[in-house]
Design a protein around this ligand. Structure first.
Ligand SMILES: NC(=O)c1ccc[n+]([C@@H]2O[C@H](COP(=O)([O-])OP(=O)(O)OC[C@H]3O[C@@H](n4cnc5c(N)ncnc54)[C@H](OP(=O)(O)O)[C@@H]3O)[C@@H](O)[C@H]2O)c1
Length: 339
């Protein structure tokens, strides 16, 4: 089959990561890149051998040769460009969080539905075989009934008010940028425990430290209560390193630990899930192999859905994205993190 002709909107950090991921994809090629400035687009095009470089995002959307776009500016600009991309008939892989809040996410989903284009929020870990294995183990009751989910995404970054993470105008704040991962993981795993693709919490309680200088949330906690008596304990931080970002699921018959839940091995390689079952002296190490880079896997997941004629990906259907955005709104509200 002919490879998907991709276009990337923006030339920032994750745009570069995705361009490298596409290089080793057999299902897609990078046909065009767009930046707010022609010079940045041309530099990016030269570095990644991209045939077309545009000095505005709209020019890329107007190019009939581009089939799918990867939307990668800071989150306040996702909604606008995703809606315009849908109207231009482009399939969409849009960086997380899909938008700044639930109402805007609904607009994007409606635009995709109306224009009959594919749309996936770019949670790369959802496309990775490690996550599929984790879901399989929980569904198969490897740890019995799930009772408690812990998930965190934390790092310590020096305060830099120009960086988008600490800049309110660029959607700064940890809950939206990294808290979206633990929320999405807890909803996925609670769903797996309940025999559904994902689950919605009955209660969301959050708190956060909002930086005095940045005025965005820098350290945040949330507790979620799901149906079936499942609780989740979530954390995200841009100003404190908890040692590791991890996921742990405790059940009636044991625990599952994911030492590297968001990036696995990043490059091709073998990552591990750890299974500690009650009554077993030794922890079991469950290997999961990926023959491709994390972002290659993501691009290939989009291609696989497109080949089947799907408009939503099983990795993260639209209702799942909307549910995630709704929980992020509730977390931010209870933590006092507003824009
Ligand atoms: N899935 C993942 O692993 C992952 C990792 C990191 C980030 N992300 C997500 O990807 C998005 C971008 O993050 P990033 O780390 O790549 O950011 P970044 O390095 O700061 O790059 C953002 C790019 O967006 C474009 N842009 C458009 N309007 C802008 C504006 N008003 N101000 C600044 N830049 C603007 C710029 O490219 P041009 O000048 O070329 O237009 C800029 O280079 C965020 O939504 C983030 O949540 C995802």
């Amino acid at each position: 089959m002919k490879p998907i002709q991709w276009g990337i909107l923006s030339t920032g950090g994750i745009a570069e990561t995705f361009a490298r991921g596409l290089k080793t994809s057999k299902t897609g090629v990078l046909a065009a890149v767009a930046s707010r400035t022609r010079r940045a687009a041309q530099a990016f095009a030269q570095k990644y051998h991209v045939p077309k470089a545009f000095g505005t995002y709209q020019e890329l959307l107007d190019d009939p040769g581009v089939e799918a776009v990867y939307i990668a500016p800071p989150h306040p600009f996702h909604a606008q460009w995703a809606v315009l991309a849908a109207r231009a008939g482009k399939h969409i892989l849009c960086e997380k969080p899909l938008t700044m809040d639930y109402p805007d996410a609904l607009k994007v989903v409606e635009a995709a539905r109306r224009n009959r284009v594919f749309l996936l929020e770019a949670f790369m870990y959802r496309c990775h075989p490690q996550t599929a294995k984790l879901v399989e183990l929980i569904r198969g009751r490897a740890i019995g009934e799930v009772r408690l989910i812990q998930a965190s995404f934390c790092f310590d970054k020096p305060l830099d008010l120009k960086h988008r993470l600490f800049n309110r105008k660029l959607g700064g704040g940890g809950i939206l940028d990294i808290g979206c991962y633990p929320v999405s993981m807890s909803r996925l795993l609670a769903g797996a425990a309940l025999g559904r693709p994902f689950a919605e919490p009955l209660e969301v309680k959050g708190t956060a430290v909002v930086g005095q200088k940045s005025r965005v949330d820098e350290i945040a906690l949330a507790s979620l209560k799901f149906p079936g008596g499942i609780l989740a304990e979530l954390s995200c931080a841009s100003r404190v390193d908890r040692g590791t970002s991890m996921v742990k699921v405790d059940g009636s018959k044991g625990s599952l630990i994911v030492p590297s839940p968001w990036f696995a091995t990043w490059d091709p390689g073998t990552s591990y899930l750890l299974l500690r079952r009650k009554g077993e002296k030794k922890e079991r190490k469950i290997p999961v192999h990926s023959d491709r880079n994390l972002y290659t896997v993501e691009a290939d997941a989009v291609a696989a859905s497109l080949r089947k004629g799907l408009r939503e990906s099983p990795a993260m259907p639209w209702a799942d994205t909307l549910g995630n955005m709704r929980v992020l709104d509730l977390w931010r509200k209870s933590a006092g993190a507003f824009y």
